[in-house]
Design a protein around this ligand. Sequence first.
Ligand code: ZN
Length: 137
Amino acid sequence: MQIPPQAQREIDRVETLKGTVEINGSEVVVNMPFQEGTGIPETFKRRIEEALSRAEIKSESITFEPKSSTDTDIKKFYLPYDLYANCPTCGDRIKWNNYLCYPTYGEPENIHFYCDECEDDFTKTIVIGLKVEEVTA
Ligand SMILES: [Zn+2]
């Protein structure tokens, strides 16, 4: 589940509140008060995220509502990164700059590395998130 940026900011802001979070006038009450200054317990954060994922999140002029399907429907999905991992056999630093095939946002994707040095291959798992934010002048 991808949390819209505005909602994420609200989650970050909740550190100064106690057990309740206000989102654009519609109150989401979470019954887990905590001590101020001790940070947000992970369970508390999860409950807020669950509540927010069900709530309608409004930005300045765009409404973000989670969709049931998070398929990208993209055959060749290129990342805006080169990924690097160390070979578990010889320790060489290996670059991955391939593309993903029909990935899904928020779901684990396996990526495969091949080491030219020792001819070992190994798999790592990544998750793709997507940041969508309204840009105002
Ligand atoms: Zn190697």
